[in-house]
Structures are given as structure tokens and as C-alpha cells.
Ligand binder design. Structure first.
Ligand SMILES: [Zn+2]
Length: 472
């Protein structure tokens, strides 16, 4: 242990402002000198929401009844509690000063009005908050639930299971590679595309035999542009989501496969009524690049843009819960900075990278390479999005309900019962979405046959360098 961090017994003093206070007694953490505490009211308040602690400004000579101490600029002559010493306040993002475990070069500056804590834990600016958050996480580990194991998955948007190959994907080759390297791929399939798959097709058999490494989730309904971002009324959103659900159920009956009730919205667009409809119709989660896609709905919007009531902890916990409690599994484009994946791992968030069939233009080696990078971040469990949702947002999930409790025993005011679900009308039949999907599939297959040039997988639409401006 670093000499600056001394873990000794301290008299417990109980804070009052932490959101954990109804469950546990927050630890009292002194900040010296007191004016360094007074300079950062938003920062300390955000950390009090994130960890069961209560901060209090102190002077070096008045350290009684503390459980821990953050000393800024000067070390106390004596402290019989855990102490984190910071040489000073954060002046510039990530100064190059080397940082030892247990000591930090600086503490974070005050959060700007409306700034999310996650903004201080991003590539290029994370050292100050990372050290402080690590200190608080270790300090309060015995007061919080054990952190979830790391979960990971790749998601490939758009393919269907009509044939063994889709575009650059050969499902048999993909399964073989996933088995060899231990990763998992979830195919985000458009429900409209599920209509021609059948139980005995080669692709269906591969998914059935390789369910440990290959799974399916739901990608929109018709894939009619940003269709899930359009509904402005709950009833319209429910019509769309219920049709996706019915098509998915029909696909499952026809093929014997299971599709995770996790929605990957086309073009990363999701209106708030659509999010509520997903919850009402029994989806376990939504998987997207932004926690509030209806606020962060354009490329110009910051990926953490959120409603004021969401507070400073957006994208801080393993999952965000939005719109009546729908869990959000954050995902990132395949080329997302690996530094940010390490930060996600620190936060216990799932490590989900996505792209399109072009990622496999050179075979599945790119996935194996990315899996090896992700595996360096810890003891990673590769699994389906449904399993990730059940692990990180346990409770009322579709599978939990089916396995553990009859629907009538579940009290969830946000959920519709089977009768209400069945009463949601179908939308009018339209030919245009079918034509569009067939054209898209023909384009993807032609690309793989090199009737059109294959893009460089490192610059393909699924491999842009950041997730925060992602579009599907
Ligand atoms: Zn798509």
C-alpha cells in the first residue's frame, strides 16, 4: 500500500446527503483545506451520488471523526484514516505528471453547470477523477454490492439468417473463429427480415449449435430509416414495437431459435415514447451509443446530452435506466478508442462493440484481435445481450418472467399484460419497406461478391473512431 494511503480504523460518522443513506451509513470523508471543498460543490455532490460517502471541508488541525481524508496541496502531519494526497487542483486535462497508485497528481476541478461526471472520465481527461474514484470505490467496497463481472459482446447490425452467408459474413467461419477465440457475436436482425428463415436452413442450424457464441437481438422493425426515433405518441410507438415483437415471436416459432428482447435502434435513434413502448412491451433493454437518444439525437449533440432530471451520473453506472426504467446497454463502434473501453471496464459497464458485415471483409480476424484487446481489461465474460441485460439489470426481464413467475404475478406498472399486448393494432401493410430491405440485402451481398468495391474495414461505417457521434 502506498504510504500516503493508510487504512486504519476510524470512528464512524454518518453523512446525510448521499443517495445511499437509506441503505447504508455513508462514510465521512474530510477534504483539506476546507476551501478546496467549498470550491467544488457540484463535484462532491456528484461523487456523493456515486458512492456512499459524505464530504466535509476540514482544516488540517481538525480531523476528528473522519473515515477518510482527501488532502489537496498539503499532507496532514498525522492522519489515522485512509488518506489520498493530491499535489494540487487539476489545471489542464491530464498533465503528464507520473502518478503512483495511492497518490494523484491533482484532484478534479469543479464540474461545470450541467456537466456529467463521465465527462471527466474520458480519453484524454481521466487521471484526476480516476484516482479519486478508485480511492472512493476501494474505501466503500464493503458498503456496496459486489461489482458485476465484465461482460462483452460484438454486435453486427443488419444481417439475416436466410442463408449461410450474408455479405462478408460466413456464419460457419464466424462460429469457428468465435469458438477458437472465445468471443460472442450478437446479430442485430431486422424483424421484417426474419420472415424467410426456416428451421432447417444452414444458418439456423449454425446458430442453434453455436448458441454459446452466436445469438440474435432485435434491430428496429422494418429498418425504415430512424423509425424508432419518429413516434411522438405512446400509442404509435406501441404499434411499431408490438409488430417487431410479433414478427420476432413468429421467427422463433418457425426456426426454434431464441431472439434476445434487446432492441438495437436503427441509426441510434429512439424517441422517448418508443423507449416507453419497449419497456411496456417487455423488452429487457435497449443497446445504443447514447443513454438518452431522444435528447442526443443529432451528430451535433454531445453523446451525454440528457434531461436535467437525469443528474450528473449519466453513463456512470453499469446501465442507465431511462423512460420508466428501461435499461440502456451502452455500445460503441468497432474502432472506439480502447482507452475508453478501459474506463468502461472500470465503471463495470459492458464492453459492446458494433459494426456491419464489412468488418468481416478480411474474415473474422478483426474480431479475434479486438477480443484479445478486450480480454486484457479483466476477467471478461463473452455472452449474448440478453444475458448481459439479465446480469446488469436483474429483475423483470422477459426470460425472468418466463422462467420464474407467471405474468399475472408480476406487478410492473410500466408493463402491459398479454391481453393488452394482443390488443395493440397492426400498422397498415406497406410494400416499400420490403423492397428497401431486399435492395439493402442485395447491396450487401454484391459487395461481398466484389460486384462493388469492398470498403476498408478500418474506415467502414462500422469502424469510425468514436462512438459518441455514431450512426447506424
Ligand atoms: Zn441497421
Amino acid at each position: 500500500m502506498n504510504p500516503l494511503t493508510q487504512r486504519l480504523s476510524g470512528a464512524a460518522t454518518f453523512g446525510a446527503s448521499s443517495r445511499f443513506s437509506h441503505m447504508v451509513q455513508p462514510l465521512l470523508v474530510g477534504v483539506i483545506p476546507a476551501h478546496e471543498h467549498a470550491r467544488r460543490p457540484r463535484l462532491w455532490a456528484a461523487l456523493e451520488e456515486a458512492y456512499p460517502v459524505c464530504f466535509e471541508g476540514r482544516e488540517a488541525g481538525a480531523l476528528g471523526e473522519l473515515d477518510a481524508l482527501v488532502a489537496i496541496g498539503t499532507a496532514p502531519a498525522f492522519a489515522d484514516v485512509s488518506c489520498l494526497l493530491a499535489a494540487g487542483a487539476e489545471e489542464t486535462p491530464d498533465a503528464t505528471t507520473p502518478v503512483d497508485a495511492g497518490a494523484v497528481a491533482c484532484v478534479p476541478a469543479e464540474l461545470a453547470e450541467g456537466e456529467a461526471l463521465r465527462e471527466r472520465l474520458r480519453p484524454g481527461r481521466n487521471k484526476a477523477l480516476l484516482a479519486l474514484a478508485r480511492f472512493l470505490a476501494d474505501l466503500t467496497a464493503h458498503l456496496r454490492p459486489a461489482p458485476p463481472p465484465l461482460h462483452a459482446a460484438f454486435v453486427i447490425d443488419d444481417p439475416n439468417l436466410r442463408r449461410r452467408r450474408y455479405g462478408h459474413i460466413d456464419y460457419l467461419e464466424l462460429l469457428s473463429n468465435a469458438r477458437a477465440h472465445g468471443y460472442h457475436v450478437s446479430i442485430a436482425m431486422v424483424p421484417l427480415d426474419g420472415r424467410l428463415a426456416h428451421r432447417d436452413s444452414a444458418a439456423t442450424r449454425i446458430f442453434r449449435e453455436g448458441s454459446e457464441h452466436l445469438s440474435l437481438c432485435v434491430h428496429g422493425n422494418d429498418h425504415d430509416g430512424p423509425e424508432l426515433g419518429r413516434p411522438t405518441r405512446d400509442e404509435d410507438a406501441r404499434v411499431l414495437v408490438a409488430q417487431a415483437l410479433r414478427r420476432t415471436a413468429a421467427f422463433e416459432r418457425r426456426t426454434g431459435l431464441t431472439v434476445d428482447r434487446v432492441m438495437v435502434p436503427p441509426h441510434e435513434r429512439l424517441s422517448e415514447p418508443a423507449a416507453r413502448a419497449l419497456r411496456a412491451c417487455g423488452f429487457d433493454a435497449v443497446c445504443t451509443t447514447r443513454p438518452y437518444p431522444w435528447i442526443a439525437d443529432t451528430l451535433e449533440c454531445h453523446w451525454l446530452a440528457r434531461p436535467p432530471e437525469a443528474g450528473p451520473l449519466a453513463a456512470w453506472h453499469p446501465v442507465d435506466r431511462v423512460a420508466s426504467g428501461l435499461p440502456v446497454l451502452l455500445r460503441a463502434e468497432f474502432g472506439h478508442p480502447r482507452e475508453d473501453l478501459a474506463l468502461r471496464a472500470f465503471l463495470g459497464q459492458p464492453l459492446i462493440l458494433y459494426g456491419h458485415h464489412e468488418l468481416l471483409a478480411g474474415g473474422p480476424a478483426a474480431l479475434a484481435e479486438a477480443a484479445a484487446q478486450i480480454n486484457q481489461l479483466g476477467d471478461v465474460r463473452w455472452c449474448s445481450l440478453g444475458e448481459i441485460a439479465r446480469a446488469l439489470a436483474p429483475g423483470r426481464t422477459a426470460k425472468d418472467m418466463a422462467v420464474h413467475c407467471p405474468a399475472e404475478d408480476v406487478h410492473d406498472p410500466a408493463a402491459l399484460d398479454a391481453r393488452a399486448l394482443g390488443a395493440i393494432p397492426l400498422p397498415p401493410r406497406r410494400l416499400a419497406p420490403i423492397v428497401r430491405r431486399l435492395a439493402s440485402e442485395a447491396r450487401d451481398r454484391a459487395q461481398a461478391l466484389r460486384l462493388t468495391p469492398a470498403p476498408d474495414p478500418t474506415t467502414a461505417r462500422g469502424a469510425r473512431p468514436t462512438s459518441s457521434s455514431a450512426r447506424t
